[in-house]
Every structure is written in structure tokens, then in C-alpha cells.
Design a binder for this molecule. Structure first.
Ligand code: ZN
Ligand code: ZN
Length: 369
């Protein structure tokens, strides 16, 4: 029997409740992070066909053993391994076993050719496109997930602490990124959660700069945006340093970003809207007449994907719930001068929010240490 503390059964139950609200009989899950969340299967190809009673993982021969090992035995999963024409086999299975039923499709994750193939069943299944159902459930994390994001954040922080003493004028951005990613793996991470951003000098004004072979120079700002992946879960942190001594303008901009960061963090609480948190960060930049120098959202949810719900953006109507994990990452960017961003990973609770890892941010740290 399913035990109440079985995470897979609990997650399936939450998705099934969402299906009932939408008057659907079942769902075809195709987005890989959603599949992993619901089944524990970490392969890169598969589908989950579920209704009120059944949950069938469909994958191909490459993943047979892995799926057998990863599917929990006590959540009632069935496994269907197809060795050829997986989508055709899946469409066939749905048409035979779910005929006449109303099944949801993850509209934002199904390719047009897949959609056409699934519908090619003479109307046996009443396919309905929906989006965001599993993502909504994922936005409220359970204890086990929170610990995995925390571990991902701690691992990234430890890798940064190892890397900073090696940074000095002349070190290339790519060498800093390589060192950080290597250290993350040495600390037990599966790797970087995303392509590490190391941007120095004027290049730090590009919020999503590609790490280059530029050597860092005395007086440069040095922005490092990095994260580790730990058992599938991501962290996402940013710190900005200065090579040598910070000048007055660097300090002034840093203090503005830090104030916006603190304002946004203090607005994080259960029930707050994503847009309200974003407005707090934006307000402090507006007061300084610098709102145009902040061209992105204040933050985003974090979990199996590095960018997931809820968004902390201008138009976000998502409400923060207990167990939500988000980044807070205001920044100011001046083309030709540089940019400063501070990003932390926080857990939202009824009382407010707590950082999953403590990283020094109280001043613009000078490098070399
Ligand atoms: Zn980041
Ligand atoms: Zn981020």
C-alpha cells in the first residue's frame, strides 16, 4: 500500500487533484523535468501517461534498466519499454486503453509533429492542450527537494570559496569558469546547473554575458553567475567583485543593488505576489532614477530547472507558497562601464524567507583576496 510519506504518491495525488479541477481524466507528461519529478526517472527520453488510477512510464530500450531501478516500487507505476517507434507505440497505447477519455497534453512541451502523430488515432482520445499543471505543483517544494537545492547551493558556494584565491589580474574569465565547474564536481555535484557566466570590466554590463578568453584587469568589476546541479536540483548564485580597490562609483552602484536586494528579500513571504516582490527591488532603483538600468526580472523559482515558477517579475500574478524556492537577483548595468548583480537562493516561509546558503555580500569584495 502507498504510505502517506511516499513522495511519488503525494506528487501524483496533487497532479490528479489538478486534473480533476480542470475536468480532465488524465494527462500525458512529456516535459522531462516534470517526468523526473513525478517518477524519479532521470533518463532524457520518456513519457508518463496517467489517469486517476494508473501511471505508465513509457521509454525506450536504452533506459529499461535505469527505469526499473529508479521507479519507486510503492507508488504503483507501470513501465512500458518500446524498442521501436516510441511515439507510435505510445499513441497506440493511449488509443486502446484511454479511448473516450479526456486527456491533457503539455501544450508548451509537445512538438507539432508529435501532436499530429498523437491525434492520428481517429479521435479515440479526446486530447486537450493544457500548460503548467505539473509546474504549478512543482513550485511548492517538499522537504526532500528543499534539501537538494540547499545542497546544490552549498556545493556552488564551496566551489567559489576554493576558486577566489586563484583569481588575480591576468586570470582569464574562462579559467575562472573552468576552475569553478571543476570544483563543483569535486564537491560532489553532477556539474554546473547552467553555463557559468564570468564577465569582467565592460562585459559585466551584459546581463547574460558569454564567458570569454579576456584576462581580467586591475580596477575591473568581475561578475560571476554560477550554480551547481545536485541530484537533479539546481542552484543559481551571483556575486560581483572588483579586481583591486573599488572606486567611488563602483561602491555607490553596489550599495544601490544591495539595497534593492534587501528590499526584495524582505518582501518575500507566503501569500505575496511575484510582482510585489519585483516592485520592491524596482522601487529602490526608481528612487535613484535608474529603473532603465535594470532590464530583467527580480528573480525566478529554482528546482529541477534553473528557471521555473514562480517568476518575480513586473507582471507576475503567481503567489508565493510555503516551500517555494526563488532567486532574488537585482542588478544595474551601464554599457561601457560595467554591471553589478547580487543573486541569492531563498526559501519562502510563513515568517519570511531564509537564504539557502550564506555567501558574503555586505561589501564589494576586492580580489585577490
Ligand atoms: Zn544566475
Ligand atoms: Zn537566476
Amino acid at each position: 500500500m502507498r504510505s502517506p510519506d511516499n513522495p511519488a504518491a503525494r506528487r501524483l495525488a496533487r497532479v490528479r487533484a489538478g486534473l480533476a479541477e480542470r475536468q480532465l481524466d488524465g494527462l500525458l507528461v512529456s516535459h522531462i523535468p516534470n517526468l523526473r519529478y513525478l517518477t524519479g526517472f532521470s533518463g532524457s527520453s520518456g513519457w508518463l501517461l496517467l489517469d486517476g488510477e494508473r501511471a505508465i512510464l513509457i521509454t525506450d530500450g536504452r533506459y529499461e534498466t535505469q527505469a526499473q531501478q529508479e521507479l519507486p516500487d510503492d507508488a504503483g507505476f507501470e513501465l512500458l519499454v518500446l524498442h521501436d517507434k516510441v511515439l507510435a507505440g505510445l499513441a497506440d497505447k493511449a488509443a486502446h486503453e484511454f479511448a473516450g477519455r479526456r486527456l491533457g497534453l503539455e501544450a508548451n512541451h509537445v512538438a507539432v509533429d508529435q501532436w499530429q502523430r498523437l491525434r492520428d488515432d481517429d479521435g479515440a482520445v479526446d486530447w486537450r492542450s493544457i500548460s503548467g499543471l505539473v509546474e504549478e505543483v512543482r513550485a511548492q517544494k517538499d522537504e526532500g527537494e528543499i534539501e537538494l537545492v540547499r545542497k546544490a547551493a552549498e556545493t556552488a558556494a564551496a566551489a567559489l570559496a576554493d576558486t577566489l584565491p586563484l583569481v588575480q589580474p591576468g586570470t582569464r574569465e574562462v579559467d575562472i569558469a573552468a576552475e569553478l565547474e571543476y570544483r563543483m564536481r569535486r564537491h560532489g555535484a553532477e556539474g554546473a546547473a547552467f553555463e557559468t557566466i564570468v564577465a569582467s570590466g565592460e562585459r559585466s554590463a551584459l546581463p547574460h554575458a558569454a564567458t570569454s578568453e579576456c584576462p581580467i584587469q586591475e580596477g575591473d568589476l568581475l561578475l560571476i553567475d554560477f550554480g551547481a546541479r545536485w541530484r537533479g536540483y539546481c542552484s543559481d548564485l551571483t556575486r560581483t567583485f572588483v579586481v583591486g580597490q573599488a572606486d567611488a562609483r563602483q561602491r555607490e552602484v553596489y550599495d544601490l543593488v544591495l539595497a534593492a536586494h534587501e528590499a526584495a528579500c524582505s518582501a518575500l513571504r507566503v501569500g505575496a505576489l511575484g510582482s510585489e516582490v519585483d516592485a520592491q527591488a524596482r522601487r529602490s532603483f526608481e528612487a535613484a532614477g535608474l529603473e532603465e538600468r535594470f532590464p530583467h526580472s527580480t528573480g525566478h523559482g529554482l528546482g529541477l530547472e534553473v528557471h521555473e515558477g514562480p517568476r518575480l517579475g513586473r507582471h507576475s500574478e503567481e503567489r508565493l507558497r510555503p516551500g517555494t524556492v526563488v532567486t532574488v537577483e537585482p542588478g544595474l548595468y551601464f554599457p561601457g562601464w560595467g554591471g553589478i548583480r547580487i543573486e541569492d537562493d531563498l526559501l519562502v516561509t510563513a515568517e519570511g524567507a531564509t537564504a539557502l546558503v550564506m555567501l558574503e555580500k555586505g561589501w564589494l569584495r576586492s580580489l585577490p583576496l
